[in-house]
Design a protein around this ligand. Structure first.
Ligand SMILES: [Zn+2]
Length: 210
């Protein structure tokens, strides 16, 4: 069970949602994936990422506006890790899992997000179609993280899921970076490279090539 973002103040919700958002089951997420996949097989991944991206960007905008109230100062006055944990906190409470943000490679413009208890991976695990279980399925999250961090950094960042619990990994792991890095990471991932190897190769390209 996971809770979506509450509707914006100005929007009239087309459903009887509470201010805390709309509660949806893992089955709903599974059905959302399947119906988009059936309708537009070639664009399904892009569509789900875009939904997540807009959600994450909107959430970040609201969060930055409320930051002085939540953090006791402007966003720049606290450590970026604290800032992002505070931003993500309501999503954990809403059933979207626990995320941790690794900024140790910020100089190389690489941010790695680890997520435990992904709602999309849970939905895939419950899916009787086995082929859906062996993929990287967390597309809403990929979009959410890249959209939110783009809003914070005020520049376009891309995202890719490097490993997924639905495909047997302990936790899901995402890379948020420039589109060139993300494109390269995706190629390596699809060629069977591990998340650890991909991040190492992007961090130390000359060393990894030896
Ligand atoms: Zn995943």
């Amino acid at each position: 069970m996971a809770t979506t973002a509450p509707p914006p103040e100005s929007a009239a919700p087309p459903f009887a949602a509470s201010r805390e958002g709309l509660r949806v089951s893992d089955d709903f997420l599974g059905a959302l994936h399947q119906s988009i996949q059936r309708q537009t097989p070639d664009a399904a991944e892009r569509l789900l990422c875009e939904i997540g991206r807009r959600w994450g960007a909107a959430d970040m905008q609201v969060f930055i506006a409320r930051a002085p109230q939540l953090l006791g100062g402007p966003p720049g006055s606290v450590h970026i890790g604290v800032l992002l944990q505070t931003w993500w906190g309501p999503r954990t409470a809403g059933g979207w899992g626990a995320a941790s943000f690794d900024f140790s490679r910020a100089a190389q413009r690489l941010l790695v997000v680890e997520l435990r208890n992904s709602a999309e991976a849970r939905a895939a695990a419950a899916n009787p179609q086995r082929e859906l279980r062996s993929q990287h399925v967390c597309r809403l999250y990929t979009g959410y993280f890249s959209g939110g961090l783009s809003g914070l950094a005020k520049r376009d960042l891309a995202g890719v899921e490097l490993q997924c619990h639905a495909a047997g990994a302990d936790a899901c792991q995402f890379l948020v970076s420039t589109s060139a890095n993300v494109q390269q990471a995706r190629q390596w991932r699809d060629a069977g490279e591990s998340a650890m190897a991909i991040v190492r190769k992007l961090t130390e390209p000359q060393e990894a090539a030896r």
